[in-house]
Design a protein around this ligand. Sequence first.
Ligand SMILES: C[S@@+](CC[C@H](N)C(=O)[O-])C[C@H]1O[C@@H](n2cnc3c(N)ncnc32)[C@H](O)[C@@H]1O
Length: 329
Amino acid sequence: MNNLPLFNAPRKIAPHYEPDADIVLYQGDTNDFMETIPDESIKLIITSPPYNLGKAYEKKVDIEEYLSGQAQTIETLYRKLRPDGSICWQAGNFVEKGEVFPLDMYYYPIFKNLGLSLRNRIIWHFGHGLHTRKRFSGRYETILWFTKSEEYTFNLDPVRVPSKYPGKRHYKGPNKGKPSGNPKGKNPSDVWEILAAEWDSCFWEIPNVKSNHPEKTGHPCQFPIELVERCVLALTNEGDWVFDPYAGVGSALIAAVKRKRKGMGSEKNKEYVDIAHKRIAAFYNGTLFIRPLGKPVHKPTGREKVSQIPPEWQSVTQKRLLEKREDYE
Ligand SMILES: C[S@@+](CC[C@H](N)C(=O)[O-])C[C@H]1O[C@@H](n2cnc3c(N)ncnc32)[C@H](O)[C@@H]1O
């Protein structure tokens, strides 16, 4: 089912750092594990850290305490990163008594003070989630992509997406009449324009991993593999190490080996490590369902039963539509 089987037989997964392993999956605290990795050995660190929301796997603490713990971990991560390497830090919001604290704003100075340079603040937009009552429902999170130096890997071609208007041509200048786009597709973009309509999307429309997603496991907030895959393809080369310090159920490791990189992760919760092992085994034997990179997000046609307005709502909806029309007239 996965489209890129890599090796003929499953390789050994090392439980501790081994330079020759294809996968290292450590069960325990990431701060202990990192001490065993050589400095400047990792090409891409990609993670979604615990958000301090009081999820099943974390104890909620004061935001200052949370951030100072994270700053120490990030300092060590920085040492482990190769000079041409990247860090992708995916974060959402910390919410307390209805007040939203956008975590990427708090994380930014931690990385910046270490001398890392921000290359993109990627919006990860998803169409579903909790419906809030006293503020707008949150439908995106961000990925901060930092590099350690100016000499970093960026492979655009493998992550290009189909152009919307491939037939567009230059209308003046020396290339007049020639196609103006790139035959390999366009840059997938990182830009959120507030008025951009979703169908015209610059968003990274990768479905949030929730109950209807084919990759869903028992983990409350796992990465979609395709989200990591795009970063792996763009920011690393074959054979490079990709490390997720908060590996959860191993999504980043799977994305790495799927693309012929080496995957490394640390996860303190044994239950998640066990699931990660099962998923990796399923990946190697071809039974892990992975949503293909770049597959368009399903858009309802309006004919589905769930797209129909319930008969009980019809009078309310009619009235609302008429009111809306008046707003525009
Ligand atoms: C947001 S989840 C990451 C999920 C992951 N991206 C995936 O696709 O499964 C954060 C994970 O970090 C783990 N964790 C929290 N603190 C940790 C620590 N100090 N060392 C290792 N893992 C930790 C949690 O158990 C949790 O699974």
